[in-house]
Ligand binder design. Sequence first.
Ligand SMILES: Cc1cc2nc3c(=O)[nH]c(=O)nc-3n(C[C@H](O)[C@H](O)[C@H](O)COP(=O)(O)OP(=O)(O)OC[C@H]3O[C@@H](n4cnc5c(N)ncnc54)[C@H](O)[C@@H]3O)c2cc1C
Length: 130
Amino acid sequence: MLTQLSGPGWLACGANAIAFDPLCGDGAGQAAREAILGAAVIQAVTERRQSRYEQAAVLLHYHSMLLASMRRHLRICAQFYHTGGKTGWWREQVETLAAGFEWCTERLAELSEPQYELHGLRLYPRARAA
Ligand SMILES: Cc1cc2nc3c(=O)[nH]c(=O)nc-3n(C[C@H](O)[C@H](O)[C@H](O)COP(=O)(O)OP(=O)(O)OC[C@H]3O[C@@H](n4cnc5c(N)ncnc54)[C@H](O)[C@@H]3O)c2cc1C
């Protein structure tokens, strides 16, 4: 996973940006969710009259959601790899997954709570949508 998944004028996407474990069967779903979110972010940034601050917030939302999806994925992987065996190799995989999970948790703690949510295929500020 890239350390930064969005910035002014760009979104990182696909397996070169955030690669899921092929064995866990989570990658196709992630690709669809990522595409929906990415399209909604592009639409929000380009369609509405947004200040630079609002644009930055939407782009950061994309980064945060992908980071959260990686964290969730690593938890699923850890559950799966736990069943693999008790040899050193398997233990190392589970420990590496745990370290990745912690890394994601720490990065997420540095970010604000999600400020946007998807309604259908469009992204709206949370307060306005409630
Ligand atoms: C061997 C293997 C088996 C797998 N099995 C499963 C499975 O059974 N179930 C499952 O759910 N998932 C599986 N996965 C994971 C799944 O394939 C991926 O998570 C999924 O394909 C990601 O889709 P994507 O469209 O986000 O990215 P990608 O499939 O990586 O597509 C991104 C596209 O963008 C292109 N691209 C990259 N950089 C740029 C650039 N700078 N400019 C323009 N284009 C660019 C790439 O060439 C590529 O065509 C497997 C993966 C592997 C490697």
